[in-house]
Design a protein around this ligand. Sequence first.
Ligand SMILES: Cc1cc2nc3c(=O)[nH]c(=O)nc-3n(C[C@H](O)[C@H](O)[C@H](O)COP(=O)(O)OP(=O)(O)OC[C@H]3O[C@@H](n4cnc5c(N)ncnc54)[C@H](O)[C@@H]3O)c2cc1C
Length: 301
Amino acid sequence: MSRQLYTELSERSGIDAGLQHKGILAFYKTEKAAEDELQLVEAAAELGLDMGVLNPAECRALQPQLELDVLGAVHYRCDSHLTPMLLMSSLQQELLASGVSILPRHEVTEAEVAGGAIKAITAGGKRFMADKFVLAAGSWSPAVAAKLGIRISLMPGKGYSFMRPDPEGIVGIPALLCEARVAITPMNGQIRYGGTMELGRMNDKVNMKRVEGIVSAIPRYFPGLRVDMPAQEEVWYGYRPSSPDGLPYIGHSRRLQNVVLATGHGMMGLSLGPATGLLVSELVEGKSPSISVSAFSPDRL
Ligand SMILES: Cc1cc2nc3c(=O)[nH]c(=O)nc-3n(C[C@H](O)[C@H](O)[C@H](O)COP(=O)(O)OP(=O)(O)OC[C@H]3O[C@@H](n4cnc5c(N)ncnc54)[C@H](O)[C@@H]3O)c2cc1C
């Protein structure tokens, strides 16, 4: 659904976020990872997703510039990729042009709740009243929800990434290194290397040992691809808002009638964002959502 919505968005608005439909190659080196991937393939095939299991020769045919040391891969042909920074800046332009007000650095610090509804919130020192509110504060959502008297179970899963130039376009198709849990994505003439899942309290530390884990995994799968260790200031980190059952929280909370939650998308926030956005807009307008949101209920845990 998200792929279709991202495609429609770029066609309608001319937003060029580098959206490409080349799929993703999930490479594995061990029988155990192959088994896990094949189980996933079976489940996904039942949903009608387009994918194929590749032997090493078929992998090489798809990635001829890369030296490969793998047992095989699953090609998720149904997947796509884009450049998040381009998407965010062009989306912002599109929203501003449509009359949306964006208020940066307006942290929600207080909420007034009465009669089972939010009356107003304070953000950036100003009071805002509205008929409907959407709570979409990523890993900070539990803290914001607590101001409303709602408890949601969520952990910040810290991950790191860094960019390296790829002038020759060596990595044509995004790659997942299954056992190492590393993602390699071509973006706008560069490659993004990312991974790791650090669960714990939020902090501004960059754990270079974790980054080293990403760097050292790459030549185990692609022996010819040697990536220098980035300097600490080149490393980006972010938080994946992770729920205990891996599903997002989308929908109303039974405690308050005029707030819709949209959080807990874990490792898939960018992929699931457009679908969640559609569902949230339908719920806010009081329409029946395109798909049932009962599995995503904020009250389920
Ligand atoms: C290394 C890494 C790689 C990833 N790769 C992928 C990928 O390939 N594909 C994919 O789909 N996803 C990926 N993700 C996951 C994705 O980034 C997240 O799922 C997504 O960012 C969650 O979006 P969100 O809007 O819910 O939260 P966020 O992006 O965290 O946004 C929350 C916002 O709420 C604001 N906020 C917090 N508190 C308050 C407050 N009190 N008042 C007002 N505003 C507040 C924050 O400032 C922030 O702007 C990756 C994540 C990491 C870390």
